[in-house]
Design a binder for this molecule. Structure first.
Ligand code: FAD
Length: 409
């Protein structure tokens, strides 16, 4: 059988899952293009910004990962700007790649609405590793400056504002509040004047999620001292000043914005149907009509369940759709019929600061507190362990080829 050439754009949750299926099939040559040489574990970002882990814990080496699959898989560091669907060609900033099959997995980015003046300039996002790192560094610098200043935060309030009450906003608010509580316990510095505000547009956090999760998350956030400001829309942001609902103001020292996502900038250059968030409209097989050989999976696509309901952009749906897209590419290679995607949420795990999480699994298991934390830790740890073990194989391969290349040198 002729070896087909598959190009995967994006090595996130969807891309690496698809890569595994395609690479282990042994029937194609694969090029994985990503603008970064690592897979950023966004689901663990809250741990990074709250100083509970280092940068290495939230990244997976894409070069080692690709090497682990052997000579038929190549990693290319580039940013894809355009796709010539007619001529089956992917155009990056520095390279061009022909393809027989294309899998678009370029994910999403923070939705900085242009209608909110000053939002992009004065807030931090954590959807990229650089964003999370720069937030962490600047936050610590600012804490230091406050400690140094006369009276520190004993006199002046230190306000952290988090915009958005979805999964990521809630996790970040809880983790920051827990971090600050620990900071106080470890240093005996009073944090009475240090406040975390969670600004949400709806009545409750986690709008649309099941009642159990909403109740558990709200209880924990309040217990940690997070001030939830509901029914509030951010209308503009100035340096250290937030305007809510066009009239109320709130001073802040730091602001994180986690109020939704839009698709990767790549979709702007593609002349195919998209939704308001720029996500690509795919068919039931996750192909991008009218191109049967092009698939879009993960956050970059508007994904639906079997009943036709739009499903939220999560690592879980990214992985499931990545698997489906890869399997359908293999089906086309073997002249078989594609299978319709059957994407379903198996559960939700929400970290709520330190050794505390809540979990709702398979529609009937519900846990919160330490039990939830262990479920989340095991799930994340297992994901990391499996993928790191695969990377270790890639590293060994490299060391065999080039004995002078040893870990640590
Ligand atoms: C703080 C936070 C907490 C979260 N917590 C959870 C959680 O607990 N559970 C859960 O299920 N989900 C969670 N999510 C959501 C989850 O992380 C995303 O849904 C998931 O990352 C989507 O996977 P993806 O593969 O589609 O995209 P991504 O993981 O974003 O990967 C996209 C990849 O494409 C690359 N890329 C983008 N554009 C280009 C281009 N033009 N050229 C080349 N490469 C490109 C990027 O560098 C990236 O590596 C969280 C998100 C955040 C921010």
């Amino acid at each position: 059988m002729k070896r087909h050439r598959v190009v995967i754009v994006g090595g996130g949750y969807a891309g690496v899952k698809a890569l595994n299926i395609l690479a282990t099939s042994g029937v194609c040559d694969i090029v994985l293009i990503d603008q970064h040489p690592y897979h950023y574990l966004q689901t663990d970002a809250y741990e990074l910004i709250a100083n509970e882990c280092s940068m290495t814990t939230v990244t997976i080496d894409l070069v080692a990962l690709c090497l682990s699959y052997g000579e038929h898989v190549l990693y290319v560091k580039d940013t894809v700007r355009e796709i010539d669907f007619a001529n089956r060609h992917v155009l990056g900033e520095n390279s061009g790649h022909p393809y027989d099959y294309l899998l678009l997995c370029a994910g999403s980015r923070t939705a900085y609405q242009s209608s909110i003046v000053g939002l992009r300039e004065h807030s931090h996002g954590v959807k990229t590793l650089l964003g999370a790192l720069s937030f962490k560094q600047q936050f610590e610098q600012r804490l230091y400056e406050k400690m140094e200043s006369e009276g520190g935060w004993r006199n002046e309030p230190f306000n952290i504002v988090i915009g958005g009450g979805g999964l990521s906003g809630v996790e970040i608010a809880a983790e920051m509040a827990f971090y600050i509580r620990q900071f106080h316990l470890d240093n005996t510095l009073t944090c009475d004047n240090l406040h975390i505000f969670l600004i949400i547009p709806h009545e409750n956090v986690l709008d649309g999620m099941e009642t159990y999760m909403v109740q558990q998350a709200t209880k924990r956030l309040l217990e940690l001292g997070v001030k939830i400001i509901n029914h509030s829309r951010i209308t503009s942001v100035e340096e250290h000043l937030l305007i809510l609902n066009e009239k109320e103001s709130l001073c802040f020292d730091f602001m994180i914005f986690a109020g939704g996502i839009v698709a990767s900038t790549l979709t702007a250059s593609l002349d195919v149907p998209k939704n308001k968030k720029g996500q690509l409209i795919v068919d039931e097989y996750l192909s991008l009509p009218p191109y049967e050989n092009v698939f879009a999976v993960g956050d970059i696509a508007q994904l639906r369940d079997k009943q036709g309901n739009i499903i939220p952009p999560t690592a879980q749906s990214a992985e499931q759709s990545g698997i489906c897209g890869a399997k359908n590419i293999l089906a086309l290679m073997h002249n078989k019929k594609r299978t319709a995607a059957d994407l379903r949420m198996r559960g939700t795990l929400i970290a709520l600061g330190g050794p505390y999480a809540c979990a709702s699994l398979f529609g009937w298991i519900r846990l919160s507190g330490l039990g939830g934390y262990w479920v989340k830790t095991i799930a994340m740890g297992f994901y990391r362990y499996r993928i790191n073990a695969q990377c270790a194989r890639g590293l060994k391969r490299l060391q065999k080829k080039n004995p002078s290349c040893r870990k640590g040198f």
